[in-house]
Write a protein that binds this ligand. Structure first.
Ligand SMILES: [Zn+2]
Length: 201
């Protein structure tokens, strides 16, 4: 089961794949009790926290789940650990967020949760270490800030790159995708990728 905690603020959406190993995809900003209250109410234990990339609006909430293992792509993991400028902590925070990464992921890695297999798809463009998680059986894609229901991620932040973004979107278009659980906004479909490519490139 996938729990969807859609955000109405700057914080990222938060998705929880409840299974033998329960995985949270992005943790929001961590400034309210919205996510922790939900997790408590549903009696969930978060085993793994996947950060689709290093930005604070996706990682700030990591600190609310100190027992969860944090997974991130190898190119963004060092920034999450160091709380570097690349994480954009300076957007309204006095001190950087720093979190230890338990597992560094790369293209092709599989996260097996028991009944689900999530493949890591490296989708740079928003940051160099941005990744999406894809479940082939169900056509589910967790896209982080690569592609949204309506639009694509910004390419002007540190290590953002328009050419990378274009390649990432083209790559995603080759997959059988039914549902896109994006980092912000509503739930997307494969058309979101097509529209993003047509509109921005
Ligand atoms: Zn971002």
């Amino acid at each position: 089961m996938i729990h969807q905690l859609m955000s109405f603020t700057m914080a990222s959406n938060v998705f929880i794949l409840e299974d033998d190993i329960t995985v949270m995809v992005d943790a929001g900003m961590g400034l309210s009790r919205r996510v922790t209250d939900y997790v408590e109410e549903k009696g969930l234990t978060i085993d793994v926290l996947v950060n689709t990339h290093c930005h604070v609006d996706h990682t700030g909430g990591n600190g609310l789940f100190p027992h969860a293992k944090i997974y991130a792509h190898e190119l963004d993991a060092p920034d999450i650990e160091a709380g570097s400028q690349k994480t954009l902590w300076h957007f309204g925070f006095e001190r950087p967020f720093k979190f230890p990464v338990s597992k560094v992921l790369k293209e092709g890695d599989i996260i097996n949760t028991g009944n689900h297999n999530l493949s890591v798809i490296h989708t740079p463009g928003h940051t160099e270490g941005s990744m999406s998680l894809y479940e082939e059986d169900t056509g589910v894609l967790f896209s982080g800030d690569c592609v949204f229901d309506m639009g694509i991620g910004r390419m002007d932040f540190p290590t953002g790159n328009a050419e990378d973004m274009k390649k990432s979107l083209k790559r995603l278009l080759t997959l059988d995708i039914e549902t896109i659980y994006a980092g912000h906004g509503g739930i997307g479909t494969k058309d979101s990728i097509r529209t993003g490519l047509e509109f921005f490139f």
